[in-house]
Design a protein around this ligand. Structure first.
Ligand code: SAH
Ligand code: SF4
Ligand code: F3S
Length: 485
């Protein structure tokens, strides 16, 4: 049976006489084609690979072109208003496609789906299906509901779901680097942040399933994995947990727990040729034990993403980050003390949070001068409905001021990035080759342990090789080099 046409008939009421059951069952092509588009953080991209696996089991094949797909799934982000506007604009494009191809199914997954739930179906007529981040096992049922002519929604958030038993289908893989989700959700309540509402309670994944996945990747040629979580430092697992009871609520007092440092060591032990990265660390939770584990294993990359958000203690308190400027600086000192100056540090920053004064903004700039981040993701504050900040504080910094402060932060970050990159001229770095350079087919691109992108002439090397590259030139974003081994 050709499901597309069945959908068409069901959705539009009475079956078309010319399309009898027999006729429709002869209509090729089968299987159906799936096009997935992902937005937002690495966790979302990683989730899309879980979705791909679930859909492949249903017989779907993948296409890179939405205009020949039977099903379009958009894995969305809700972190800032702009992220949601991007999705709304994309839906206009998919709506045009649906006019040409009325049996096309369009589904919204991820954080915007979770935030808006059925409201999305009301506001965006093109959408047939809405599934939140914990509802992906239900996609086959939801799709068959759409096939039968109904709109379908599941935004149930789970305390247990980790998708630990689902082997992700690596989408757009370079065969060298991959993400592994080690936990889901977030128990912090940063007042600006929508994530606790869209991803639910924090839960950790069984370490055996993580190590198994990393081993399989290594055996198939992958050379770098990134362990993902909103707050990796609060990773915690004890053996009495099962897939069905992965939430900390089920923990017994006698349980011996594995923490993030232990998990890092387990993954690093797989093979010295497998690089390990992780993201994101939270300043209130990052332990010296993690830093010493990084030091003990050369294959754990020397880069820590430690978002500060603001350099001012009053603003940090309003943000409910649960650390202050002095605490954050102490963590930076610990990194420098244990790992030395060669460990890269990056950050996230928000300009113009509720009631931020010029002097408080200047504290963010002065903290940047103190830390000298290698790179940062920088944003201006975008109020998210339902968050603590939206309920308690006025979004009272004018947009023009937010933008000006953000541009000052960006300018400072560029200076620091350039300074770090200039310092590395003449140094030799081990680089894992990831792909051909975007700008030139004659060059490869890879990254150093510190997560710096390096571009260099190809020579006789291959994607997946480790090479020693001497840095000869740079700009703020990229290092240029030549292979010396
Ligand atoms: N779990 C990570 C961050 C995840 S969200 C952490 O705790 O650091 C990624 C980044 O988006 C945040 O670090 C923050 O800088 C930014 N962000 C989150 N909510 C925002 C908002 N409402 N407006 C602007 N930026 C925001
Ligand atoms: Fe959001 Fe804070 Fe959780 Fe990060 S730690 S996801 S910023 S609530
Ligand atoms: Fe966006 Fe959700 Fe990630 S809101 S940043 S996709 S957790």
């Amino acid at each position: 049976m050709h499901m597309k046409n069945k959908t068409f008939i069901a959705k539009h009421g009475s079956p078309t006489p010319s399309l009898s059951k027999e006729a429709s069952s002869q209509i090729p092509p089968f299987p159906r084609k799936l096009y997935i588009e992902s937005y937002g953080c690495q966790m979302n991209f990683s989730d899309s690979e879980i979705v791909a696996s679930i859909m492949a089991q249903q017989g779907f094949v993948f296409t890179d072109h939405y205009d020949n797909a039977d099903l379009i799934l958009i894995n969305t982000c809700a972190i800032r208003d702009k992220a949601e506007q991007t999705i709304r604009n994309r839906l206009l494009v998919f709506n045009q496609q649906k006019i040409k191809q009325p049996d096309l199914i369009v589904g919204i997954l991820g954080c915007m789906a979770e935030r808006l739930k059925t409201q999305l179906l009301e506001e965006e007529k093109v959408v047939d299906l809405v599934a939140g981040p914990d509802a992906y096992r239900d996609l086959p049922r939801l799709i068959s509901q759409v096939d039968q002519g109904h709109k379908a929604v599941n935004t149930f958030l789970s305390k247990e779901e980790t998708y630990a038993d689902i082997a992700p289908v690596r989408l757009h893989a370079n065969g060298v680097t991959a993400f592994i989700s080690i936990m889901r959700g977030c128990n912090n309540m940063c007042s600006f942040c929508i994530v606790p509402f869209t991803r639910g309670r924090e839960r950790s994944r069984n370490p055996d399933s993580i190590v198994q996945e990393a081993k399989q990747l290594f055996e198939t040629g992958y050379r770098e994995i990134t362990l993902l979580g909103q707050n990796v430092d609060s990773y915690s697992w004890c053996p009495s947990m099962t897939a069905a009871t992965a939430s900390p609520d089920h923990r017994k007092p006698s349980d011996v727990t594995s923490n993030f440092a232990q998990l890092l060591a387990m993954v690093a032990e797989i093979d010295p040729q497998l690089r390990v990265r992780f993201s994101t660390s939270h300043p209130k939770d990052m332990t010296d034990e993690v830093l010493y584990t990084m030091k003990a294993y050369p294959n754990i990359c020397k880069h820590i993403h430690l978002p500060v958000q603001s350099g001012n203690s009053r603003i940090l308190k309003l943000m409910n980050r649960t650390y202050d400027r002095a605490w954050y600086i102490e963590r930076i000192v610990a990194i420098r003390h244990i790992l030395g100056p060669s460990c890269a540090i990056s950050s996230d920053m928000i300009a113009g949070f509720c009631s931020e004064t010029e002097a408080e903004h200047a504290d963010t700039l002065s903290l940047m001068d103190y830390v000298q981040y290698d790179f940062s993701f920088m944003f201006y504050y975008s109020e998210r409905p339902g968050t603590l900040a939206a309920r308690k504080y006025a979004d009272d910094v004018p947009e023009s001021v937010k933008k000006r402060r953000l541009s000052e932060i960006i300018a400072k970050q560029r200076e620091h990035a350039l300074m770090h990159n200039q310092k590395s001229i003449g140094q030799v770095h081990q680089v894992l080759i990831e792909k051909s350079s975007k700008k030139s087919e004659a060059s490869f691109q890879g990254r150093t342990s510190q997560n710096k992108i390096v571009v260099f002439p190809k020579g006789n090397y291959q994607i997946g090789d480790y090479v020693a590259v001497q840095i000869v030139d740079c700009n703020a974003a990229t290092l240029l080099g030549t292979v010396v081994s």
